[in-house]
Design a protein around this ligand. Structure first.
Ligand SMILES: Nc1nc2c(ncn2[C@@H]2O[C@H](COP(=O)(O)OP(=O)(O)O)[C@@H](O)[C@H]2O)c(=O)[nH]1
Ligand SMILES: [Mg+2]
Length: 445
C-alpha cells in the first residue's frame, strides 16, 4: 500500500479567550485551517470582510461581533475567527458547543500561544512573557513581562547566539584540517569563548536583580524576646498592628504587613528567639520565626538596650538560616537612661521615633534591586548551562583536547542559549520544555 505522505492538517481549535467569570462580553476564538468554514457554518449570513468587525446572527439565535483574521497575519499564524458574544456561562457554553458540533476541537491550556510559537509568530520567551503579564502581582513583574513580550531578551539572546554560531562554524570548518590550526587560532577561539561566557555571567547577575525587582522583598524582625520588635514593627507601620507587652513571649505567631519604602516590602514581626522556654506554643512560635528568617531578604536584628548583650556566637547561630539575607543590627529603647550602644549598630526608639529614619534608609538601600534585567527561572537556567558549556570550551582548548570536543561543547552552549527563545539553530526544543511552558497557561490563551 502507498504510504500516506500527506501530513494530517492540524485540528481547528476553539476556546474562550476571555476570563472567568465572564464579563459583559466573552470572546470565543477559533484557530486552524477550518476556522473560517466552521465559523461560516455557525452564522446565518456571510463571514465579514477580513479584519473588519461586523455584527452577525448565529444559527443558535445569539448575535456576535465577528472578526475574521486569515493567517499568517494572525496571533497564531493560522486562520483565526473571533466571535464576540454576550457573557454568561450558559450562553458562551452553547456557542462553544456549536463550534464543536461544526467540527472544532476543544483547545487545551496554552494551545493558541503554542501555535503562535510553532508558526514563528512568537518566540518562547515572548510566550512566557504573556503568561507573566497575566500572572503579574507587582509593578516590577508587570514591567518585566511587558519587556519580555516586546522581545528585549530575545534580541539579546539572538545577538550572543549569532556570535556563538560563528565561532562554532569556524571551529567545525577546521575539523578536517587540524594541522592548519595555529596556536594563535586556538588562543583566539578561547578568547572569544571567554568573552561570551563573561557576557552571559553578567546576565546571570542581572537576572537576580530582576527577580528582586519582581518580587516583594521580605524584611524580618528578629531578636530575643522583649527586645522591642513588635513596638518597632508598629512604629514603622505607624499603627498598632502587633501586640506589645512587657511579658516576654507575647508574640507567638508571626505578623506580616506591607511597608512602603521606595518600593513596598513585606515587614514581618516574629516571636522572640530563645531556647529556654518550657512553653510549647512559644517554642512553636520560635520555629515559625526561624522559617521566616530562612525566607528573608533583610533581617533587622534587634536587641533591647536594656537587655544583656547576646554572645556573638549565639546571635550567629540564630541567623544561620538567613545566610543570604542582609542583616541590619540595631539596639532598641535608645530613649532609656544610659542605654547600651554598639559600634556599627543602629540605635532606635520606637517610643520617641529616634533613629527610625536611619533604619528606613538602611532598609531602602538593602532592598533596592540593583542592576536588573528580565529573565525568568528557565532563562537563568539556560544561560547558566551555556556558561558552563563555554567554560568547557575554554578548558578543552587549554588542555589541547582536540577541536571535535570543542565543537561539541560549542554546540551544547548554542543549544542551551537558543532554548531561551526556542530558536536553537540546532534542532527543535524538547517537548517536555514546551509542555511545561504552555500548560501553565489557561485554556483559551
Ligand atoms: N522605653 C522604651 N520601651 C520600649 C521601646 N520599645 C519597646 N519597649 C518596651 O519593651 C517591652 C517589650 O516590647 P515588645 O515590642 O513587646 O518587644 P518584643 O517582645 O521584642 O516584641 C514593652 O514593655 C515595651 O513597651 C522603646 O523604644 N522605648
Ligand atoms: Mg513581640
Amino acid at each position: 500500500m502507498e504510504p500516506d505522505l500527506e501530513p494530517t492538517p492540524p485540528a481547528t481549535i476553539v476556546g474562550v479567550a476571555t476570563g472567568r467569570p465572564d464579563g459583559g462580553v466573552a470572546i470565543v476564538r477559533l484557530s486552524g485551517p477550518a476556522a473560517r468554514t466552521i465559523a461560516a457554518a455557525m452564522l446565518t449570513g456571510e463571514l465579514p470582510e477580513p479584519r473588519v468587525a461586523a455584527l452577525r446572527r448565529l444559527v443558535l439565535g445569539e448575535r456576535a461581533l465577528v472578526l475574521d483574521m486569515p493567517g499568517p497575519r494572525s496571533f497564531t499564524g493560522e486562520d483565526v475567527v473571533e466571535l464576540h458574544v454576550h457573557g454568561g456561562e450558559r450562553n458562551v457554553g452553547q456557542v462553544v458547543e456549536a463550534a464543536l458540533a461544526a467540527g472544532a476541537s476543544p483547545a487545551g491550556p496554552g494551545d493558541f500561544t503554542r501555535r503562535a510559537f510553532e508558526h514563528g509568530r512568537l518566540s518562547l520567551d515572548q510566550a512566557e512573557g504573556i503568561a507573566a503579564i497575566i500572572g503579574a502581582q507587582t509593578q516590577g513583574a508587570l514591567d518585566q513581562a511587558r519587556r519580555l513580550v516586546a522581545g528585549e531578551l530575545g534580541r539579546a539572546v539572538e545577538a550572543v547566539h549569532g556570535r556563538l554560531r560563528l565561532l562554532r562554524v569556524e571551529v567545525e570548518a577546521n575539523l578536517d584540517f587540524p594541522e592548519d590550526v595555529s596556536a594563535a587560532d586556538e588562543a583566539r577561539f578561547a578568547e572569544t569563548a571567554a568573552s561570551l561566557r563573561v557576557e552571559l555571567e553578567g546576565w546571570l547577575a542581572r537576572f537576580e536583580g530582576g527577580r528582586r525587582a519582581r518580587e516583594r522583598a521580605r524584611v524580618v524582625l528578629a531578636g530575643p524576646p522583649n527586645a522591642g520588635k513588635s513596638s518597632l514593627f508598629n512604629a514603622l507601620l505607624g499603627r498598632s498592628r502587633a501586640l506589645v507587652s512587657p511579658t516576654a513571649g507575647t508574640t507567638r505567631d508571626f505578623v506580616e504587613a506591607e511597608l512602603e519604602l521606595e518600593r513596598s516590602v513585606a515587614l514581618v514581626d516574629t516571636a522572640g528567639l530563645r531556647e529556654a522556654s518550657e512553653d510549647a506554643i512559644e517554642l512553636a512560635g520560635v520555629a515559625l520565626g526561624q522559617d521566616q528568617l530562612a525566607g528573608a531578604d533583610v533581617v533587622i536584628w534587634l536587641e533591647g538596650a536594656d537587655q544583656p548583650a547576646l554572645a556573638e556566637s549565639e546571635r550567629q547561630r540564630w541567623l544561620e538560616g538567613a545566610d543570604t539575607a542582609t542583616v541590619i543590627p540595631a539596639l532598641a529603647k535608645a530613649d532609656l537612661d544610659s542605654p547600651r550602644v554598639v559600634a556599627g549598630w543602629l540605635s532606635l526608639s520606637a517610643h520617641t521615633g529616634a533613629g527610625l529614619d536611619d533604619l528606613r534608609r538602611a532598609l531602602a538601600d538593602a532592598v533596592r534591586p540593583g542592576e536588573q534585567w528580565i529573565g525568568l527561572a528557565r532563562h537563568r537556567q539556560c544561560a547558566a548551562e551555556a556558561v558552563e558549556a563555554l567554560g568547557e570550551v575554554e578548558a578543552q582548548l587549554r588542555e589541547g583536547l582536540g577541536l571535535e570536543l570543542v565543537a561539541f561543547s560549542l554546540a551544547v552552549a548554542q543549544t542551551r542559549l537558543g532554548a531561551i527563545t526556542g530558536h536553537t539553530g540546532l534542532g527543535p526544543v524538547g517537548e517536555e520544555v514546551l509542555h511545561a511552558i504552555f500548560s501553565s497557561f489557561c485554556i483559551g490563551k
